[in-house]
Design a protein around this ligand. Structure first.
Ligand code: SF4
Ligand code: SF4
Length: 85
């Protein structure tokens, strides 16, 4: 398990708000390659929905597939994979 200190995580967390669950219209989902990941936590800090937790699990109820986490990952450990529906 990768240990990311909470001090480095986004201050916001997913809640029911005006936008509701943002994951319903997601086209791509982030997939973390834990072999490449160094546990820096940048993905969680940059996620605008606070959808990545301390264990790097993505809450797909709120992940909207924007790809910011993948773009910011210094290890290129996140791949955006098209949803199959
Ligand atoms: S794709 Fe966007 S919303 Fe989903 S976890 Fe990454 S940064 Fe957050
Ligand atoms: S930004 Fe990349 S390397 Fe850093 S914790 Fe997230 S997936 Fe791992």
């Amino acid at each position: 398990m990768i240990d990311i200190s909470k001090e480095r995580l986004a201050m916001s967390v997913p809640v029911e708000g005006a936008g509701g669950r943002t994951g319903s219209w997601r086209v791509f989902r982030p997939v973390v390659d834990r072999e490449k990941c160094n546990g820096c936590g940048l993905c969680a800090m940059y996620c605008p929905d606070g959808a990545i937790d301390a264990g790097l699990e993505v809450d797909l109820e709120y992940c909207k597939g924007c790809g910011i986490c993948a773009n910011e990952c210094p290890k290129k450990a996140i791949t955006m994979v098209r949803e199959e529906r």
